[in-house]
Design a protein around this ligand. Structure first.
Ligand SMILES: C[S@@+](CC[C@H](N)C(=O)[O-])C[C@H]1O[C@@H](n2cnc3c(N)ncnc32)[C@H](O)[C@@H]1O
Length: 296
């Protein structure tokens, strides 16, 4: 069977039938609305009913056709259209960066609400910036001076594209944060260190959806089971020499390692909070105020 005509109404019904073979109907509908609205450059709610009689040309029909083909292979829609929304802002993404998650928006929200009272024009470092979503949003919300690190040069390119799109000035460093000799390149006297580092155990791969496993970068996700807190240990050590005594550290964490991650920081910080996300899972560790014996 072929699509009946080049009317959006007909295109939608045809591709909905195809997609609903691999997705629950509600999800198939949402994905198709997003795909078609992206190619038509109209708001999602208008698809399909408000634009049902609009007709599309050959090249747009092909875009939709190949987009649906990729969706049918379970490629994430964000990679297909090359963008996503984070904190209600547009961010470009490709397969070199993690698709920003809603939990991470909560981290930005937390700092926005808690840090403006703590210091004006904070100096912030984002470790493992990926698309740059955290660094860029904090720069937009906090009038902050922001630096950001990532080991992936492809990710840094995307983060740069996003910072140009949002007209913010971020200092990017393409380096391996686990290599302590690279720390001398990074700013000291920081007010805030923020990070959503890789934290999924290799052994947790079995519980993950194939659209994440097959398409998102492993470099952004996984840590060895033998040393699951390696990024948190490095961030802690780094903070002892690069954070101001009254500084703050906010980290996204593996929900199963909440207490362990918090306990790493306890001997060095005055206040530690283990914070839950909207789904009531342990998702963030917030540490503030270095204890006097911790300074180096
Ligand atoms: C979980 S992703 C977070 C991306 C983004 N901050 C976000 O929240 O959507 C972790 C990021 O850390 C980067 N990364 C992994 N190992 C690293 C290392 N050794 N040094 C610096 N960055 C690293 C990855 O390339 C990836 O972009």
């Amino acid at each position: 069977m072929k699509v009946k005509s080049n009317r959006i109404g007909d295109i939608f019904s045809y591709y909905f039938d195809i997609l609903s073979k691999g997705y629950p109907a509600t999800e198939a509908k949402i994905l198709l609305k997003r795909l078609i609205s992206y190619y038509l450059n109209v708001e999602t709610y208008k698809v399909p009913d408000l634009v049902a009689d609009q007709r599309v040309g050959e090249s747009l029909l092909l875009d939709i056709h190949f987009g649906v083909k990729k969706l049918a292979e379970y490629q994430p829609i964000e990679y297909i259209i090359g963008e996503t929304q984070f904190y209600e802002h547009r961010f470009f993404v490709d397969k070199s960066v993690l698709i920003p998650r809603p939990e991470t928006e909560e981290m930005v929200d937390f700092l926005w609400k808690n840090s403006s009272a703590f210091v004006s024009k904070p100096q912030i470092l984002d470790v493992g910036t990926g698309s740059g979503c955290i660094a860029i949003m904090l720069s937009l919300l906090l009038d902050a001076s922001v630096s950001a690190v990532d080991i992936s040069s492809a990710a840094i390119n995307i983060a740069r594209k996003n910072s140009n799109y949002h007209s913010v000035d971020i200092q990017f460093f393409n380096l391996d944060f686990l290599n302590t000799s690279s720390w001398q390149l990074l700013p000291s006297d920081l007010d805030i260190i923020v990070s959503n580092p890789p934290y999924v155990l290799d052994s947790e791969k079995t519980f993950m959806k194939s659209n994440v496993l097959d398409f998102e970068p492993s470099l952004a996700l996984f840590v060895p089971d033998e040393n699951p807190l390696l990024f948190y240990k490095a961030i802690l050590d780094f903070s002892l020499s690069h954070l101001k005594p009254n500084g703050q550290v906010l980290l996204e964490i593996n929900e199963n390692l909440g207490e362990k991650t918090a306990n790493l920081f306890r001997p060095y910080y005055k206040k530690i909070a283990l914070i839950q996300d909207i789904n009531e899972k342990n998702r963030f560790v917030f540490a503030s105020g270095l204890l006097p014996q911790s300074f180096s």
